[in-house]
Each structure stands twice: as structure tokens, then as C-alpha cells.
Design a protein around this ligand. Structure first.
Ligand code: F6R
Length: 604
């Protein structure tokens, strides 16, 4: 989704804006631009395509000036083009605006402005904001922004430049992410913290609809009643190096290899010799009749693993929903239900809406989130941070495995609360979970070569079917998503027992099937399904910790380590991430920024 950076200070703004936009590239975009104030004028440079197109036009410091805003655009209203790229000027060029989000009353505002004689240079909803600023401007910027804020409906993070305001610029947000970076004699805005980490580690997170006024000497924040409010900055524990590739060819590969460390941070200090301590969270499994999990994409897949885990050990019913469905299906919830919203970014629009829907129905909400102080983290009743560190590759890896690990912690704690496992079993499972990160580290090193070899053999495939049962089906969902999103091979996951009910008609000679068989109780059953597809000509990669049991029916084996099958999705995920990564590399895809995708989906 769109990325925003803004700067005011003593240095030239353009190089800093370009640098920040480079760090936001991972969010996905198709055009970019900067606006810089100089004297009584604002200059805009913008271009369709990748950032280097903009860099060619700016030639380092053009436009010159020490206050500016920049943007990477992921097209919504109007296709990718120079005209639709942000920033957008007002008619008289006295305002320039960058925007992330969607203005929902776009048609009404367009008509409103047309009736007042305005014409439009672009097809975007953002241009309407610049025009509204011009229309309402009466000499006081705060009053003007408040009038515009009252007029627009939808989601927005906005950076606003006003000609003649010297080194001052303005920002506000609603339902879209924006942080304010506090520097020495310089201040910033950005869509996320890593964008400006080389310049500052101090951040203010503005609340919904608050207006920030930034100058080199300070940031003043006004609440919705136009009162100045004190904001205490947080200090990020991330470093600029966390957002570098560190010698890896892609962020995705780096992040795959970071998983053991990330999972360790997630679980280690939450497992004490006496059992699990979930930060300051007071939830007790006994208080809940039902748990509803709502999330999108991989986070939803982590939720499916969580369902199997929590139901197995804690015996609490778990429903899993795609957040985009949950928000509109009028779910049956109450105070005896816990809704768990899972999100790496903490900004996914559907997941945020699902959270609000759950609260509206009186459910307590626990957020499992990676990005600290993100919207979902702030609005939930309780938060468990996954502690994965910044995830830059669009396709999630460590974000997903740390979500799964967090759900394992939650499931074991609830099992203990509910007395559904013995104390000894509880302690032994927590010990096993604590040992997972080291085992995962060794495993990733070992399986890397084999995953690369298999990718070299199977990368020309046009379709792939991932099958499994129980945890293995949950892992199959994520394996298929990883492969399709970065390699563009059509890939689907099926519960192995479901194949015969239709999908098996697609299997023909050389169809690629990835058969996951890590659950000992279900291995024989999955093996039967592997035999069925193989007898119809499929090429099968078996993913298992017991190769001797299925190797005869597979063309190749991707071996898993021996571990409790309840933790196997973490290892299966790593193996299938590596396979997907090397397949995509062999096919020459843009691995960290696959086509059409955005890292943080802040629109519905
Ligand atoms: C896939 C992927 C997406 C996200 C989904 C939810 O690799 O990354 O499917 O999992 O967009 O994002 P978050 O977790 O930020 O809510």
C-alpha cells in the first residue's frame, strides 16, 4: 500500500525523502513523487514506475529545499500514471498533499468541487483533498485542516505542505498508519518506523484525527477539540541494520533465516520454569466458551494452526474466519467469547474492522501483532506482540511463524487454565516449545540445500497442489500461498481427504503435488491420498519426518525433523518457504515485491 515520508530540518529534503521512500518500497507501489517547499513556492516531481524513475528526475537534490513530503503510490482510484502519482497540487499550487487510504465519499466531494468550478488533473481521491484545502483556506491552517477533516469520509494518513509556511508542514491520520519521527533540529513523518530509522529512533504515534504541526524545532499535536496535547515519544528498539539485507540477495531469504531468532524472542522469556507468563495479560481460558480467530492471508493460516492446537490441548471451541468475511457476517459473540485478531502489520483494514465488530458484539479482543503501537494493537483489549522485528519482504515468513508460536503459547496456557492437560504434560510441552528455536535453526541450515535442489527440478511446473490433514492441512494452506504469491505458479491447498470430491479431476501426468505427512495419526490416510494422485501421473514431493513410511510413493522427500507434531507446522513452513523462494528465484520473479501485492493492506 502507499508509503508516506515527510521531512523538515536543516538538510536538503529530497535525498532524505528518496531514502525514506526506498525503505517503504516493500509496501508495494507503482509510482512515486516528492513535493518540496522553497520560499513561497512548492515544487513537485513525480513519475510512474519504480523509484529509480523518480531518482532520474530529481538528480539528487532537485527540487531544492529543506521541507518536503514524499510518496509511493499503490493504485486504487485511477491506474498508475504520472498524473495519478502523489503529491497532488491544489488548483493554485498553494497546497501539496500525499495520502494513504481511501476517501469513501469521493463522488460526492467531486460533485461538490465541480459545482464550485474546480476541475481535476487526476483520477485520484487525493487531489480532492488538495482542492478542499484551497477551497476552505481562510488564513489559518489548523481551521482549514479541521474543515477538510470534517468533510472527508474514509481512511487517510495525510502529509500536507502549504506554500509560504516556511519550514512547517502538517500531518494527520484516521484508520491508516502514520508515525511522527522526533529528531534533533529535524522532524519526520512516515508510514512506518523503519522508513526513517537511520535518522531517529524516537517516535510519536498520533491518535485518530489528531493534527500534527511539524517544524525543525518541534512537533505540536492538536486533538479533535483543537487543544494542544502532550505526547511522550516511544523509543524504538529497532536499528537501521534491522531493515537492511545484510548480504542476502533478498529480504525474504534473510527473514527465513531470521526465524529461529525471531521465534526465540517470541517464546523464550514467556516460558518460565513454572510455566507460561503472557506479559501482563490476565486472560484465563476458563472464562471463554468459544474463541473466534479473524485474520487475513498468512495470518489467517496461522489462525488455522492455532485452531487445531487450542482445540487439541485446551478443548475450547475455536472458529476461524477470514477477517473480510467476519466483519460482515454478524458473528454470534458475547462476553464469554474471546476474539483473537492476528496481524503482522497491525494495520490491515479488514482485520481492524473485524476487531471493531467483535467489540461491538461485546467480545473481549486479544491482538497478536508484530508492529508495536499499530492500530490493531492500540484498539485491542489485550496485545501479545510477536517480536519478529521488521518484516520487509512482502511475503511473510517470520511474521507467520512467530504468530504460530504465539498461538502455541496461548493454547498451552489455556490448557493449563482449563486443566485439560496434566501439569507434567504442560511442563513438558512448554519445554519442547522452548527448544523449537534452536531445532528450527539447525533445520533451516540443513534443509536449505534440498529445498534449492527440488526447486531446480520442479520450477517449470504450472500448477501445484498442497495436500495434508490436520496440522498438515493448515501448513499446506501457507505453503501454497507462499509458492503462488512469489513464483506466480498456480498453487492451491486441499485437505487431503477432500481431493476425491472434485479436485482430483485436475490431476494429470506431471501435476505437482506436495503431500505433507507429519501427523503420525493421520499419516496412513494422507499416504492413501498420495497414492491416488500418483497413480494418476502426479509428481509427488513428500514432506515428512518419517520418510521410510511414504518414500516409496513419492518422487522426492523434503524431510522434517523429528518433533512433537503439534509444533511441526513451524518446520513445514520453513521448508516450504525455502522451496517457494528458490522456485521464484529460478523463474526470475521480483521476490521481495511480487506484482500487484502490498505489504500492509490498509484498504478494504
Ligand atoms: C502473505 C502475506 C499476506 C498477509 C496478509 C495479512 O505472504 O503476507 O497474506 O499475511 O495480508 O497481513 P497482516 O498480517 O499484516 O494483517
Amino acid at each position: 500500500m502507499c508509503g508516506i515520508v515527510g521531512y523538515t530540518g536543516k538538510k536538503q529534503a529530497t535525498p532524505i525523502l528518496l531514502d525514506g521512500l526506498g525503505r517503504l518500497e516493500y509496501r508495494g507501489y507503482d509510482s512515486s513523487g516528492v513535493a518540496v517547499a522553497s520560499g513561497d513556492e512548492i515544487q513537485i516531481v513525480k513519475a510512474k514506475g519504480r523509484l529509480f524513475e523518480l531518482e532520474k528526475l530529481t538528480e539528487g537534490v532537485n527540487p531544492a529545499g529543506t521541507t518536503g513530503i514524499g510518496h509511493t503510490r499503490w493504485a486504487t482510484h485511477g491506474g498508475p500514471s504520472d498524473e495519478n502519482a502523489h503529491p497532488h497540487f491544489s488548483r493554485d499550487k498553494s497546497f501539496a498533499v500525499v495520502h494513504n487510504g481511501i476517501i469513501e465519499n469521493y463522488l460526492e466531494l467531486r460533485a461538490f468541487l465541480s459545482e464550485r468550478g474546480f476541475t481535476f488533473r487526476s483520477e485520484t481521491d487525493t487531489e480532492l483533498i488538495s482542492l478542499l484545502l484551497e477551497y476552505y483556506y481562510g488564513g489559518d491552517m489548523l481551521d482549514t485542516i479541521i474543515k477538510v477533516r470534517n468533510k472527508i469520509k474514509g481512511s487517510y494518513a495525510l502529509g500536507i505542505l502549504h506554500a509560504g509556511d516556511g519550514d512547517t508542514f502538517y500531518a494527520l491520520r484516521k484508520d491508516s498508519p502514520l508515525v511522527l519521527g522526533v529528531g534533533d533540529d529535524e522532524n519526520f513523518i512516515a508510514s512506518d518506523i523503519p522508513a526513517v530509522l537511520p535518522y531517529t529512533r524516537k517516535f510519536i504515534i498520533p491518535d485518530e484525527k489528531e493534527i500534527a504541526v511539524l517544524t525543525p524545532n518541534g512537533i505540536t499535536v492538536f486533538n479533535t477539540n483543537k487543544e494542544k496535547i502532550e505526547k511522550t515519544p516511544i523509543v524504538s528498539d529497532l536499528s537501521a541494520a534491522d531493515a537492511e539485507k545484510d548480504g542476502y540477495p533478498h529480504f525474504m531469504l534473510k527473514e527465513i533465516f531470521e526465524q529461529p531468532g525471531a521465534v526465540k524472542k517470541t517464546v523464550h522469556d514467556r516460558i518460565t520454569p513454572d510455566g507460561i507468563r503472557l506479559d501482563r495479560i490476565k486472560l484465563n481460558g476458563k472464562d471463554f466458551r468459544k474463541i473466534c480467530v479473524a485474520a487475513c492471508g498468512s495470518a489467517y493460516h496461522a489462525g488455522v494452526v492455532g485452531k487445531y492446537f487450542i482445540e487439541k490441548f485446551a478443548r475450547i471451541e475455536v472458529e476461524t474466519d477470514l477477517a473480510s468475511e467476519f466483519r460482515y457476517r454478524n458473528p454470534i459473540l458475547g462476553s464469554d467469547c474471546l476474539t483473537v485478531i492476528i496481524s503482522q502489520s497491525g494495520e490491515t483494514a479488514d482485520s481492524l474492522a473485524a476487531l471493531r465488530e467483535a467489540k461491538r458484539h461485546g467480545s473481549r479482543v486479544l491482538a497478536i501483532v508484530n508492529v508495536v503501537d499499530s492500530s490493531i494493537a492500540r484498539e485491542a483489549d489485550d496485545v501479545l506482540y510477536t517480536r519478529a522485528g521488521p518484516e520487509i519482504a512482502v511475503a511473510t515468513t517470520k511474521g507467520y511463524t512467530t504468530q504460530v508460536a504465539t498461538l502455541c503459547l496461548l493454547g498451552l496456557k489455556f490448557a493449563h487454565d482449563c486443566g485439560t492437560i496434566s501439569h507434567d504434560e504442560y511442563l513438558s510441552l512448554t519445554r519442547e516449545l522452548k527448544a523449537v528455536p534452536d531445532l528450527l535453526g539447525k533445520y533451516i541450515d540443513e534443509v536449505n540445500g534440498k529445498a534449492q535442489y527440488l526447486a531446480g527440478k520442479y520450477y517449470p511446473a504450472s500448477d501445484a497442489y498442497f495436500i495434508g490433514r490436520g496440522y498438515d492441512w493448515a501448513a499446506a494452506l501457507e505453503g501454497a500461498l507462499k509458492l503462488k504469491e512469489i513464483s506466480y505458479i498456480h498453487a492451491e491447498a486441499y485437505a487431503a481427504g477432500e481431493l476425491k470430491h472434485g479436485t482430483i479431476s485436475l490431476i494429470e501426468k506431471n501435476s505437482l503435488v506436495i503431500g505433507i505427512a507429519a501427523e503420525p495419526e493421520l499419516r496412513e490416510k494422507t499416504l492413501s491420498n498420495i497414492k491416488e494422485v500418483r497413480s494418476r501421473g502426479a509428481a509427488v514431493i513428500g514432506v515428512t519426518d518419517a520418510p521410510q513410511t511414504i518414500a516409496a510413493e513419492c518422487d522426492d522427500i523434503l524431510e522434517l525433523p523429528e518433533t512433537n507434531s503439534a509444533f511441526s507446522p513451524l518446520f513445514t513452513a520453513a521448508a516450504l518457504q525455502l522451496f517457494a523462494y528458490y522456485v521464484a528465484a529460478a523463474r526470475g520473479g521480483d521476490i521481495d515485491k511480487p506484482r500487484n501485492l502490498a505489504k500492509s493492506v490498509t484498504v478494504e
